[in-house]
Design a protein around this ligand. Sequence first.
Ligand SMILES: Cc1cc2nc3c(=O)[nH]c(=O)nc-3n(C[C@H](O)[C@H](O)[C@H](O)COP(=O)(O)OP(=O)(O)OC[C@H]3O[C@@H](n4cnc5c(N)ncnc54)[C@H](O)[C@@H]3O)c2cc1C
Ligand code: SF4
Length: 618
Amino acid sequence: MSPAPGTSWDIVIVGAGVAGAMIAKRAGLAGKKVLILESGAGLPTNNNDFMSRYYTAPAKVPESPYTPDIFGSPASGKFLADPTLLNAPRPTVLSLGAQNWQDPTQSYLIQRGPLAFASSYERIAGGTMRHWLGTSLRFVPNDFRVQSVYKQLVDWPVGYSDVEPWYQQAEAEIGVSAAVADQGYLGITFPTGYNYPMNPIPPSLVDAAISQGVDGMSFDGTTLAVTSTPAGRNSQPYQNRRVCAGNTNCIPICPIQAKYDPSVTLAAALDTGNVTIMTQTVASDIIVDSNGLISQINYIQYAQPGGPPTGTGSVTGKVFVVAAHAIETPKLLLMSKNQGRTPSGVANSSLLVGKNLMDHPLYLSWALMPKPVFGFRGPLSTSGIESLRDGAFRSQRAAFRIEIGNEGWNFPINDPYTTTVDFINGINQSGLNPNGPGRPQALFGPALVAALNSSLTRQFRLGCLVEQSPDTTNSVTLAAETDHLGLPRPQITYNLSDYTKAGMIAAVQASDAIYAQLNAQQFTTQPDSGDPCTFEVTINGKQRLIKYFGSGHVVGTYCMGTSGGNSVVNSEQRSWDHSNLFLVGSGVFPTVATGNPTLTIAALALWAANTILTKDLA
Ligand SMILES: Cc1cc2nc3c(=O)[nH]c(=O)nc-3n(C[C@H](O)[C@H](O)[C@H](O)COP(=O)(O)OP(=O)(O)OC[C@H]3O[C@@H](n4cnc5c(N)ncnc54)[C@H](O)[C@@H]3O)c2cc1C
Ligand code: SF4
């Protein structure tokens, strides 16, 4: 909907993801008049449309269920839709191939290398968290002071104890299932008497088998332990949503919304009666007045994904919040030049907008256990090895956490489908059907069932999420290439530092050591040398290619800090340059730290909402 012309809002928010929705709900409950500009489609009445798009998608990737369609129409003859022809397009992991990662007709991000940025995000009400896994870890205290403790990276201007009360509120809003008794490791503390909103999701049989083999094992001077993962999914009915049914589909979509996504908070915000959302409305320009305050935001609207613009307009307000995620937020700031009055873009006197792009590069490996562990049950992950998130090694190399997967080899090789087709057709994509003497090339009947039972029940995988260092050379800038609305697309320059690569090497070694400890047979394949997400290293005197995946944890491009010279926003997430502008989301993180980012995004967004409301800014 469009508001009545001339309406002036207390708060204008760009982006209806978790960060924007949390602020909108708090402000709406406080009686503030809030307008959200959202570039993607609105909230559907139910998930059926997403589900059917997913079922019929020719490739099942995190982006598959959502709009605009990432796949080309039959008439186009192209597998992927051309982002040039779409309004508010988004990246997909399907454009990370050697042939298409730098093709602007296949990749929304204009990738300049030398390595590929491997994460994607959404443009839809509810944002990228529609397809998140639900992992809701707190950061460990040393994540906020890596420079002080380890003389590496940078410190945050806030510490764990500052964020802790907001973690509690974020856990309540998301609905996190976990136990305090499990989560008090590496210095994480909770106030006396605090309980998570729900009990933990029960550990899977895969977790139990790994825990039995790994607990107490030593790696790099650290004793390893398997720990239950705090999850943004219901272990009991919560917020009128159902209990997790354990059907292992959390990414890209939970069919029954037992997993939290921000559409829950957004709907509650709209229910306050004080919040209005304009969907398919792309913020295109932030206007600064002669006093240095933000006075309005201009937008472009469209009705169809590839249709012409249907209108333009502007909105005014007292406070402006940009919550468009760590690639679209800097893009919007950089686009807003105010007829040359902000030549480097809005909020950019530090020239740090778009700099320090980070992710958790993920090292994926997979193996067969000696005995069945019965994967493919429960949520995609219920436990991890968190012991390596912090330690003295951080003065030499990046830290990481290890996620334990419950979905067999679905992530690495799309099982159970690949192995089943192998056995039926006598091929060997999975590595599980080698043709040897006396070995039938194709199986059917009881032999097929026995082979599948033997292998699928023993599959599991590990994913190491490595802390990437902030480097100003990793950046988001404006590309010459445009989308269908004529807006510049994000240009990405991306690489991994030696510190990060050393963490990746340790991740490979830790994974190898765990498989050896478990007597598990590893099937991790060597990547192709042309893969843009690979780099060469020497491990134990041998040259080896390491492949990383994106974790979807896009971080760091409008960092918070202690002064306008070293950062874009202060510890309140308020622009140093424009006092009525708040920039929220993971772009404010000075470092990517070692936990998945969203609980911290939500905590900081709730803190920003509190600042806006208690300081009576709106
Ligand atoms: C596969 C995958 C799995 C993940 N799993 C986890 C997990 O388990 N745990 C975890 O902590 N994190 C996870 N994440 C990360 C998580 O999804 C993000 O951290 C989170 O969605 C960021 O929230 P946000 O509100 O900052 O941005 P978003 O959710 O991306 O929301 C931004 C919104 O802004 C809108 N927007 C953008 N530009 C404009 C514009 N110009 N005008 C108007 N609107 C605009 C977008 O349409 C979008 O709705 C995962 C990500 C991926 C990809
Ligand atoms: S396991 Fe199934 S029900 Fe549970 S959160 Fe994941 S998709 Fe939803």
